[in-house]
Design a protein. Structure first.
Length: 271
């Protein structure tokens, strides 16, 4: 995976830009970076132009101004990145969890840049008051303790089989990514998610084909809730990845990639 640095007016991006063909934008979850998409970068860059950034504040990307992080700001910064990369055709936005929350915002402000969306292990609803309060407490605590306790609490929820040899390896890498993330960005990310809009009312207005990808055993974004979201989008389908939790692209890359490939083939036939 070759990363490059791209400067936009508001952010400095570390981004993978690999391959040629119809572009796909992969957007990671919280508090991770582009490396969670490694199996998709490898596979889809053979046939597509794969754009896979670290969101500003995560990995090696950062916001240039002191602006408060919000999901809308992250979505807008991605639109600026696409301009800098001279992406001149509509692309597929594929976001996981927080990356999916950014995706709804991206659709709201930049739908003309899109020909499709893939919503992985994510939800349209915003936080309940209780969840939002929990995030605010979490933000205060990460500022004091750093990222390691968050990593320890998150890993068992992200993976369905954290004890299997295959998953132990990727989980250890994900833990490293979380531990390297700036504690202030983790706090800002939590606050940004706690303040996000409810995107549910937008779903029946999305005219694009949307693929929902759920994990059979995802405790964070249950597949039942994703099914309800999918029913609201006029042109949608849902795939449930078996033996996977929240990190479907890393846990079951072959099944995930087959689902994404089938969707890409369908949208290219219908265009
Ligand atoms: C993620 O994976 O991005 C997070 O689980 C999102 C969240 O905390 O709601």
């Amino acid at each position: 995976m070759n990363c490059k640095t791209i400067e936009t007016a508001n952010a400095s991006f570390n981004v993978v830009d690999q391959g040629e063909g119809s572009p796909i934008l992969f957007v990671h979850g919280f508090p991770l970076d582009h490396s969670m998409w490694r199996f998709q970068i490898e596979t889809f860059s053979k046939t597509n132009r794969v754009i896979c950034p670290d969101l500003p504040g995560f990995g090696k990307s950062h916001l240039k101004s002191d602006s408060e992080m919000s999901l809308e700001l992250l979505g807008n910064s991605l639109a600026e990145l696409l301009t800098e990369l001279q992406i001149n055709e509509p692309l597929v936005f594929c976001g996981l969890s927080m990356g999916g929350y950014v995706g709804w915002q991206f659709w709201k402000n930049h739908s003309r840049l899109l020909c499709g969306m893939v919503a992985c292990n994510t939800r349209a609803a915003n936080d309940t008051e209780q969840v939002a309060r929990g995030r605010q407490i979490g933000a205060e605590s990460v500022r004091k303790t750093g990222a390691a306790p968050i990593a320890d609490a998150l890993i068992p929820k992200l993976f369905y089989q954290p004890e299997s040899d295959k998953i132990k390896l990727v989980a250890a890498e994900v833990r490293q990514v979380i531990c390297k993330t700036d504690r202030e960005s983790i706090a800002s990310g939590q606050i940004a998610m706690s303040q996000r809009e409810d995107s549910t009312p937008w779903l029946d207005r999305i005219e694009l084909p949307v693929l929902f990808i759920a994990g059979q055993h995802d405790p964070i974004t249950p597949s039942s809730e994703m099914r309800e979201n999918a029913r609201l989008v006029p042109k949608s389908c849902i795939r449930e990845i078996t033996n996977a939790g929240h990190m479907t692209p890393l846990e079951q890359p072959d099944e995930f990639n087959d689902a994404l490939r089938e969707y890409l083939d369908q949208i290219s036939t219908n265009r």
